[in-house]
Design a protein around this ligand. Structure first.
Ligand code: ADP
Length: 474
């Protein structure tokens, strides 16, 4: 089977969140299962690797054609192709957040299909990811509907986050090469008075998936569906939840080349070295028996920062260090900077995106906080498990699927979780964790429960393969 993987970000070439990790790891896992996989993404100006394989390919778009170049390299063993269109993708360090984002990614969708044709091997499945790829099945069902090249091509749209919709002005449809007739509410691209690329994908893709079983159920409710719950409910028989895995070649304390010392469940001594390293990097005192509570995250309301803000004083009073790596909402950045200034011996902050630091924090911290309001899957809590950094999470989406409350009697469980989105509930779990932390023997049990679990891609990649096969047999 030939699987074409379409993504707007792929680690390590461009990354703003979990999607990039998935887009890098899942294709490799599928290839290991014996499938032919090709990845296609935009060529941002931060990408300097790869070689030109096509100097000129005209893509029908706008009032005629726009030319692209195509670059290629092997991502490990999987071929990755970049669509080079400087007008759209050379935007400095921010790959999203530009006023013409819908046009940029509509172009990506159209250019991807033209690139697929240029490659010459018809895809059996195009695996789409989020709104940036939402117009691909719309193009396939309209301008390419009689194209024999795509006659046997099916599409699967994976939703990594329902919060982002790719709104655009419906008057742009002709510019995108699509008929204005597509702007209808029932089965079309209209969504609450405007057009949405995500909605286009949700109605036109042959199958839908999201990144945890729990989130697949949640998005069919008004609480989490962002007003698309009706549509998702109507398509529930085409919707599956498949938990993201982890690429243990990258996230593994036994071999991670970013961290100060390696460690395993059998020999945890290296974790103390990593803790000392982490404290020194944040200019915190070498108090190795004081627990470090850490957060690595986009700083946004989704991630529960209002709760963390509310309890931060108590967290310090309870005797822990607090370390935060993230970037985003300036309100929270200012707050945590002030917290750091008020308690420089207890708090460390780093505002920005720093992959190496993310690894060092996973390795050196004791407790990881993820009190998200909603969380489609969440990767950091799964990385935390592997690094023996015990997660405290809110029971939502993938956090609920991956974290089991620790039980002192049976000694089962890998973390702590609370249900109501309330700061006192988060604080209770922090207190529980800090008490357990004092019991070194039990703490090692909970650490090892997490470290020994297997969240590799092997299982999830097979589930995707089952979906692709079912699509082929339709
Ligand atoms: P989301 O995709 O919603 O942002 P996930 O937990 O699924 O959340 O994935 C986040 C990914 O981005 C993880 O790999 C995490 O380590 C990484 N990450 C988030 N913020 C930062 C940061 N400031 N610096 C480095 N890595 C980060």
């Amino acid at each position: 089977m030939h699987i074409l993987f379409a993504a707007s970000e792929v680690a390590p070439y461009a990354k703003t969140g979990g999607l990039a990790d998935v887009a890098s790891a899942l294709p490799k896992a599928l290839q290991k299962l014996g499938e032919r996989v090709t990845v296609i993404m935009p060529r941002y100006d931060s990408i300097h690797v790869g070689e030109v394989v096509c100097q000129y390919l005209p893509v029908p778009f706008g009032y005629g054609h726009k030319p692209i170049r195509i670059f290629r390299e092997e991502m490990g063993t999987v071929p990755i192709y970049w669509i080079d269109a400087p007008e759209y993708f050379h935007r400095g360090k921010d790959i999203y957040g530009h006023s013409d984002d819908p046009e940029r990614f509509a172009f990506f969708c159209r250019a991807l299909l033209e690139t697929a044709k240029w490659l010459g091997v018809p895809p059996d499945v195009i695996h789409l990811n989020d709104w940036m790829t939402g117009l691909i099945p719309v193009y396939l069902r309209t301008v390419y509907s009689y194209d024999p090249f795509f006659a046997d091509t099916s599409t699967l749209l994976s939703i990594h986050n329902m919060a982002f919709h790719g709104y655009f002005d419906p008057r742009q449809l002709p510019y995108f090469g699509l008929s204005p007739d597509l702007y209808t509410s029932d089965g079309g691209l209209e969504f609450r008075g405007t057009a949405s690329m995500l909605k286009g994908g949700l109605v036109a893709a042959d199958a839908l998936s999201t990144v945890s079983r729990r989130y697949a159920q949640e998005i069919q409710t008004s609480e989490f569906g962002f007003k698309m719950e009706g549509l998702l409910k109507a398509r529930r028989h085409d919707l599956i939840g498949i938990l993201n895995g982890v690429d243990y070649e990258i996230w593994n304390p036994a071999s991670d080349h970013y961290i100060a010392a390696h460690f395993t469940p059998e020999d945890l001594s290296g974790k103390r070295t990593c803790k000392a390293d982490l404290l020194s990097r944040f200019h915190l005192p070498q108090e190795l028996d004081r627990p470090i509570i850490a957060v690595v995250s986009r700083i946004s309301d989704q991630k529960g920062f209002d709760l963390i803000q509310e309890i931060s004083g108590r967290l310090l009073q309870a005797g822990a260090f607090f370390i935060l790596l993230g970037s985003g909402d300036a309100r929270y950045e200012n707050f945590f900077q002030r917290l750091r200034d008020a308690a420089p011996h207890r708090v460390g902050v780093y505002f920005g995106f720093n992959n190496e630091m993310a690894h060092r924090i996973e390795a050196g911290a004791d407790i990881f906080l993820m009190p998200s309001l909603f969380e489609p899957c969440g990767l950091n809590q799964i990385y935390s498990l592997k690094y023996g950094t015990v997660p405290i999470v809110r029971a939502t989406g993938g956090l609920d699927d991956t974290i089991q409350e620790f039980d002192r009697i049976t000694r089962n469980g890998n973390g702590f979780k609370f249900i109501p989105y309330k700061s006192n509930k988060l604080l209770e779990k922090i207190y529980e964790a800090l008490i357990l932390y004092q019991d070194r023997e039990l703490w090692q049990v909970i650490m090892k429960n997490g470290m020994q679990a297997d969240h590799s891609w092997d299982v999830s990649a097979k589930k995707y393969l089952d979906v692709y096969r079912a699509l082929q047999n339709r």
